[in-house]
Design a protein around this ligand. Structure first.
Ligand SMILES: C[S@@+](CC[C@H](N)C(=O)[O-])C[C@H]1O[C@@H](n2cnc3c(N)ncnc32)[C@H](O)[C@@H]1O
Length: 307
């Protein structure tokens, strides 16, 4: 068997929960089919057992594969030719540059299967997509549904989007924005940039394919726009990396914020709506009283003038 799923069967052990689902493998096969006889370059963030790196290697006989993981190199890939390993966090830009230097240039395919946290996923994407992905290449963000998992540090409970929010004149249609789900949805705004502002984006996206849990972002062959400008309220501190230890603290912060947000969304907003309705009633009563007082005030003014 020379398809990706066949190779996956060879390299993943039975029951390995990190095994890429068939739907992902079929997409990757479509993307890589034309690269089989070329020295294609693949970078995968998140290596785990190393099985996926071996799958890429088998499928691409001339391919160069770089894996990057915060954990140590797995035994499975030790000594493998055409497979390189870097131990680093996915947002370590020096390590990302090193990956391209080892591979001999920009990548045809970059797969992010690492932390599955929004802020790290976005940092890697912002750095790699414009700089180290070839024009026409594909960037895959795997498992973005972690944003729907409340047990995940930056995830939050999936909420059914309203079906009947179509009152005439409705302008805002709510949707989930937590974690990687929010990151993926932001990319849609980037795609609209040139159309709306006439200015090309620093993330030159040609096309996005969204499957359940997998986003495939194809890079345009047109030049990118200028780099983003920092704005007041930006939360990122330039040059500061979050060591792994910070992630759980961040998770606790996010969960508590999340609870407060959920409270706001349910209790407070309803209370606010009731308050606004009460206020409207009071205002109506005041204006009725003012209207009722007007002839009396007129009479009083006439009375004073006559004195
Ligand atoms: C789902 S596993 C990867 C599975 C692998 N890509 C495959 O398909 O066989 C996720 C990996 O990401 C790594 N990881 C977690 N946080 C990371 C980070 N900040 N930077 C790099 N790797 C990270 C973990 O150590 C783990 O090995």
């Amino acid at each position: 068997m020379s398809d990706l799923n066949g190779f996956a069967g060879r390299h993943y052990t039975a029951g390995d929960f990190t095994r890429k689902p068939l739907s992902y493998l079929l997409e990757y096969q479509r993307i890589l089919a034309d690269l089989r006889d070329r020295d294609a370059r693949i970078l995968e963030l998140g290596v785990s057992s190393g099985a996926s790196l071996l799958v890429w290697k088998d499928y691409l006989p001339h391919g160069i594969i770089v894996g990057l993981d915060i954990d140590a190199m797995p035994q499975k890939i030790a000594g493998q030719d055409r497979i390189h390993f870097i131990r680093a966090s996915q947002d370590d830009t020096a390590a990302l540059d090193q990956a391209a230097a080892i591979a001999g240039g920009s990548f045809d395919l970059i797969v992010d299967d690492a932390s599955h946290l929004g802020y790290l996923t976005k940092r890697s994407f912002l750095y790699l997509f414009p700089k180290l992905l070839k024009p026409g290449g594909t960037y895959a963000i795997e498992d973005f549904c972690t944003g729907f998992l409340p047990e995940y540090p930056d995830g939050s409970q999936w909420v059914e989007p309203p079906a009947f929010d179509t009152a005439s004149g409705t302008r805002r249609f709510e949707s989930h924005q937590f974690g990687m789900v929010g990151v993926v949805k932001q990319l849609i705004d980037h795609m609209a940039r040139e159309l709306i502002t006439g200015q090309s984006s620093y993330l030159p996206i040609e096309k996005m394919t969204i499957r359940t849990n997998l986003a495939l972002i194809e890079k345009s062959t047109l030049p990118a726009g200028p780099p983003p400008v920092r704005r007041p309220g930006d939360t990122d501190v330039p040059g500061q990396h979050h060591p792994d230890g910070d992630i759980s603290a961040l998770g606790a912060d996010i969960r508590s914020l999340d609870r407060r947000l959920a409270d706001l969304e349910t209790v407070d907003i309803h209370r606010l709506a009731r308050n606004i309705a009460d206020l409207e009633k009071v205002t109506e009563r005041i204006s009725r009283v003012v209207g009722w007082l007007r002839p009396w005030r007129k009479m009083l003014r006439g009375f004073r003038a006559a004195k």
